[in-house]
Design a protein around this ligand. Structure first.
Ligand code: THG
Length: 369
């Protein structure tokens, strides 16, 4: 069995390097190839937690907003109050529709007062953003620039990045970005990324720079054991990093997703979902994302929602699960009804391989070891 490639399933500026590194699995994300495994998911996990990896995350496509109304349009999309956002900052923003349903959970970057990038998760947000800009007759251009993020993740990321971009890159604070030169071109480099191991994301502008940058990082990091990697299922569950389309969909509000800390419904004036979210923020959600431990041997990956049962009543579902070598158990993310979401609650989960006991936890594992 193979994925048939065509123009609709886009390669990335780093695909040649990923293939040369022996990628073993891909998923499709924003109609682009996203590597999921190189050695084995467990070996990739251990390497990520020990050394440093290069991740082809070009699938994190950018939506550029440019023009005097760029900030206004961004505020229409999200219940997070953007008034305090400064150039050089990244904000994790829930994006919601008029019912308060989640459309995406991107990272927004403020390049200047009139220019933003929205670094999107897996949903067709460009169409929604363009339509809103046009319908509201805003003075803003909306499109997808030729920008492809390359993530450098792991405990040795600072050392590797300093060698290629200079020691100044180490002064970047979390969720801040600056401009750093590579081959005479200015690139946005942020301290961010889809892991809890620390690291950076380089927004590679111009596909021609992809392979030279990958090769420079590989050469510079030989003695650091640098290799190709990718967002790791086990590590991201331990860290409580949510996956749009898996752990939440348009059927969920940001409060249900545990993203209430990124919502300011009182002050996010202009947000399309503000009224709807005001109503649900008063009472609070009746179901919410939870970390769960699932008993027994290593589970297969969660290729559909696994119902969660309390007796013969369904009280939620598990949407991501993996065997954790460090915790010697199955770590999972699910959505659980209020009546059964207290830490220590024992439930039963129905996987494609039969039922298992599941325990609701008080929080994620957030391992950085
Ligand atoms: N980086 C960039 N773009 C992205 C992702 C990324 N687009 C797709 C996807 N990942 C979007 N989803 C997330 C989910 C979590 C985080 C970032 C993007 C994240 N969250 C931290 C947390 O929840 O603790 C930090 C949030 C904060 O404190 O502001 O990093 O990874 N460019």
């Amino acid at each position: 069995m193979q994925i048939s490639l065509s123009r609709r399933l886009r390669r990335t500026p780093f695909s040649a390097a990923v293939e040369a590194a022996g990628v073993k699995g891909y998923t499709v994300y924003n109609r682009m190839l996203l590597p999921t495994v190189f050695d084995s998911v467990e070996a990739d996990y251990r390497h990520l937690k020990t050394h440093v990896q290069l991740w082809d995350v070009a699938v994190e496509r950018q939506i550029e907003l440019r023009g005097p109304d760029a900030g206004r349009l961004l505020q229409i999309l999200t219940p997070r109050d953007l008034r305090g956002m400064l150039p050089g900052q990244c904000y994790y923003i829930p994006v919601v529709d008029e019912t308060g349903g989640m459309l995406n959970d991107p990272v927004a970057l403020k390049l200047s007062d009139e220019r933003y990038w929205i670094s999107i998760a897996d949903s067709d947000l460009l169409l929604w953003v363009k339509a809103l800009g046009l319908a509201r007759q805003l003075e803003v251009l909306v499109d997808e620039p030729d920008v492809s993020p390359l993530a450098v993740q792991g405990p040795k990321a600072d050392e590797l990045m300093a060698r290629v971009f200079g020691p100044e890159v180490m002064a970047l604070r979390f969720f801040r970005f600056g401009f750093f030169q590579f081959e005479g071109r200015d690139l946005v480099v942020a301290r961010s990324g889809y892991s809890r191991q620390g690291g950076f994301e380089i927004y590679v502008e111009g596909a021609d720079l992809g392979m030279p940058l990958w090769e420079a990082l590989t050469r510079a990091g030989e003695d650091l054991n640098v290799r190709a990697g990718c967002p790791n299922l086990i590590e991201r569950i331990e860290g409580g990093l949510l996956s749009y389309g898996n752990d939440m969909t348009r059927a969920n509000t940001p409060f249900e997703c545990g993203l209430g800390r990124f919502c300011n419904v009182e002050t996010a004036i202009g947000c399309l979902g503000r009224d709807a979210l005001m109503r649900v923020s008063m009472d609070g959600p009746i179901r919410q994302i939870r970390a769960l431990e699932i008993a027994g041997d290593p589970l297969p990956s969660c290729d559909r929602a696994w119902p969660l049962w309390a007796g013969n009543v369904q009280v939620g579902q598990v949407t991501s699960a993996a065997w954790s070598p460090d915790y010697a158990g199955n770590v999972a993310i699910g959505m659980v009804r209020m009546t059964h979401w207290d830490p220590g609650t024992e439930l039963v989960v129905e996987t494609q391989q039969g039922t298992r006991n599941a325990l609701v936890r008080g929080g994620f594992w957030k391992s950085t070891t």
